[in-house]
Ligand binder design. Structure first.
Ligand code: G3P
Ligand code: MG
Length: 279
């Protein structure tokens, strides 16, 4: 009989048998201006090891990944509260133990060739990030009612197992409860509050959480608001930016980074325009 721990060990073994070419080191601990979304969700099934590997192949140096808990409290990479959209399972993630979740097909919905892709544990994802030398923005994506628990458990895992070779992760969330619980467990200078539209009281919200970074939805950001945030010394990134023109515009406003399903398209445009040199 497999236990959750055995499954995690098995996944880690899969990661360390992968082959890769050496990529240049991270020159500093700062994320580049272009970050892949859910791995690189435009090219491989989101939030999977395949998506991290694809980021490496595209020479993308940082990815955003969503993290939530299985019923038995194991952090896994997954976006939705329910299984239907991205797996062959059904029901709520929070109602399934890791053992059941890891038997699901989390790739066929994207393309048939990904049919053997599974839902990875966070620990397995950390091994892949270390192997491919990719930095990460981990978004705490708690199932309803599990906000603090998710922050606490992910904090414990990151404190214990974050690869020292990688730059420290950015931890972000729409949930201030999850961010507070994470910060109590694993203090970090790189936490970020997520908002769809930036609220009028954005400064108050960030100051209350003692954080300096806001991630907001690109479509709803206006230049005046961006200026206000940036001139006040806060860090601002936008999601999900798939049009190169918009990425160029945001970066010209001074936005520090954008998160994209097609980050390679953006980096290509940026190097063509000589706007930025993502590391
Ligand atoms: O972290 C940025 C972005 O991923 C937030 O939205 O729904 O894609 O997780 P979502
Ligand atoms: Mg996300």
């Amino acid at each position: 009989m497999f236990s959750g721990n055995n499954l995690i060990k098995r996944d880690q073994a899969i990661v360390i048998t992968m082959k890769k070419e050496p990529l240049s080191n991270h020159h500093n601990n700062q994320p580049p201006s272009v970050i892949g979304h859910r791995g690189v969700a435009g090219y491989a099934p989101e939030n999977t090891i395949a998506s991290i590997k694809k980021a490496y192949e595209l020479k993308i140096r940082w990815v955003e990944l969503d993290v939530k808990l299985s019923r038995d409290g194991i952090p896994i990479l997954f976006h939705d509260n329910r299984l239907e959209r991205t797996t062959n399972g059904c029901g709520k993630i929070a109602h399934q133990d890791l053992l059941n979740l890891q038997h699901l097909d989390a790739g066929s919905w994207f393309k048939p060739e990904y049919k053997h892709t599974t839902i990875p544990t966070l620990r397995c994802a950390l091994s892949a990030l270390k192997f491919y030398e990719i930095g990460a923005n981990l978004e705490l994506k708690p199932s309803p009612g599990e906000e603090s628990k998710t922050g606490t458990i992910v904090g414990k895992v990151i404190k214990k197992a974050w690869p020292s070779e990688l730059p420290p992760p950015i931890i972000s969330s729409f949930s201030s409860l999850a961010l507070q619980a994470y910060a109590a467990e694993a203090p970090s200078a790189q936490n970020a509050l997520l908002n769809l539209a930036v609220p009028r009281n954005w400064r108050e919200q960030l100051d209350r959480l003692n954080i300096m970074t806001l991630h907001c939805q690109s479509q709803r950001l206006r230049q005046n608001r961006a200026k206000d945030i940036l001139n006040s010394g806060y860090t601002l990134r936008c999601f999900t930016v798939n049009r190169a023109d918009r990425a160029v515009q945001l970066l010209n406003w001074g936005v520090h980074g954008i998160i994209s399903d097609y980050p390679d398209r953006i980096t290509k445009r940026l190097s063509k325009n000589n706007i930025d040199a993502p590391s």
